[in-house]
Design a protein around this ligand. Structure first.
Ligand code: LRH
Ligand code: MN
Length: 426
């Protein structure tokens, strides 16, 4: 399924006038406030988010999985679906693969399809939380932290294989998330598990290509429910420092205990030049992997405020890896991802409207009310005309969801692929 430019222009036609009116009104009022509207639009256009290859089919829970049919059953079809998202939104110009769910059969063919759709390969993800059919050792009781040297070695080798696969695709970073931990007190020795994990990560780090980075993802619980070895940002930060200057922390928004101040965690990691990237999603309770901005849009805005400040004031922190990590139980996976991409662009655009100098001044004057006024004036601004302009200028859809439905993409995919295809992944 490939969406042609003229199809998008046809569906844009009826909304062009109202878009232009809204855009002109907003652009004039922002320009009067000294905002460089064109600068914001080019920042939005440069902001490319990687789509998780494991979230292009229906997700599920232990209680059930309900397909939307027409799911991609090969890596080629997954890249094509990312192409649909990128053509409509112009902000999904990358894919993050998960190994072994997405091992390319024909590297050149995959790279050709991806470059034809202007899709880059972002971080590759290792998987030592599931046993593979032909595996000699089991990860039942952990992988890089396991008391068994043989199990640790198998997990280290897997990560080196993942780097090798990523290297052939042009990826420049490895994401390591470990399910390692325990379900009951006494089951593991915390110190031994952490030391094993540190020495195993260092083994992997030794073979990291010079221009690569290692992203260490933390998570407080699940699938282990008493302890997780890399449970929080502090542990990830400590391990990243122990490995070296190419290792960083990865912040998955769903990997925080209730009421955690994620924006403060982001500011700390950036101030120490150890923030490597994000897995964007949203949640009400646990690692719910819901649509970005669907539950706590203001929290996402506050995180982008710290990111905008950090990108301005922490030059030592590397360019960040922007990725979505979501799972779709009740929404069409592609519509869910389109809504997530929109929410990310919206939070970023609103954060770019914050007058950081005025905010700094109000903070120095302890003018607490003014600080909030400055933040919320930006948050209360309807920035959608800016997002539309950014897409329109790049040939995208004014309303990606409307165009997706007007072109009946899901049914076209079902016609092409049938109703029984199942995408690899979660
Ligand atoms: C763990 C996680 C990790 C992935 C997996 C698919 O919860 O966030 O990033 O490997 O989801
Ligand atoms: Mn994640």
């Amino acid at each position: 399924m490939k969406i042609e430019q003229n199809h998008i222009q046809d569906t844009n036609k009826k909304d062009l006038t109202s878009h232009q009116e809204h855009f002109d009104f907003l652009s004039n009022s922002l320009t009067k406030k000294g905002v460089d509207v064109n600068k914001i639009i080019s920042k939005l256009q440069d902001f490319q988010v990687a789509i998780p290859s494991w979230a292009l089919g229906a997700g599920g829970t232990r209680f059930g999985r309900f397909s939307f049919y027409g799911e991609p059953s090969s890596l080629e079809q997954k890249i094509q679906d990312v192409g649909v998202l990128h053509t409509l939104t112009q902000t999904a110009g990358a894919v993050s693969l998960h190994i072994p769910w997405d091992i390319p059969q024909d590297y050149n063919a995959i790279k050709e399809i991806a470059s034809g759709l202007d899709i880059k390969f972002d971080a590759v993800n290792s998987n030592t939380f599931q046993d593979q059919a032909n595996a000699k050792e089991s990860y039942k009781y952990g992988s890089l932290s396991n008391v068994s040297q043989a199990v640790r070695q198998q997990a280290i080798q897997h990560n080196l294989d993942v780097i090798n696969i990523g290297n052939k695709l042009g990826s420049k970073s490895l994401t390591v998330w470990l399910a390692d931990g325990s379900c009951f007190p006494g089951q593991t020795n915390f110190q031994t598990a952490l030391q094993n994990t540190e020495s195993s990560l260092k083994e992997i780090y030794k073979d990291l290509p010079t221009d690569w980075s290692m992203l260490i993802e933390y998570k407080p619980y699940e699938p282990n429910f008493y302890s997780t070895v890399i449970q929080d940002w502090g542990t990830s930060f400590m391990l990243a420092n122990a490995c070296g200057e190419k290792a960083f922390s990865l912040v998955d928004l769903g990997h925080h205990l209730p009421n955690s101040n994620i924006e403060q965690i982001v500011s700390i990691l950036m101030s120490k030049a150890k923030l490597g990237g994000f897995h964007f999603n949203d949640s009400k309770y646990g690692d719910d992997d819901l649509t970005v901005g669907s539950i706590k849009p203001y929290a996402l805005f506050l995180i982008f405020n710290e990111l905008v400040y950090g990108m301005e004031n922490n030059p030592a922190n590397p360019d960040l890896a922007w990725m979505i990590d979501a799972s779709h139980n009740v929404k069409d996976p592609l519509e869910d991802l389109i809504q997530s991409l929109e929410a990310i662009q919206e939070a970023y655009a609103k954060a770019l409207l914050i007058d950081q100098n005025k905010l700094k001044q109000a903070q120095l004057n302890h003018d607490v009310v003014k600080c909030q006024e400055i933040l919320q004036n930006a948050y209360r601004t309807d920035v959608r005309p800016l997002l539309e302009k950014a897409r329109l200028e790049r040939g995208g859809a004014l309303s990606p969801i409307n165009t997706y439905r007007a072109l009946d993409v899901r049914n076209e995919l079902i016609k092409e692929r049938g109703r029984n295809t199942v995408a690899t992944g979660l």
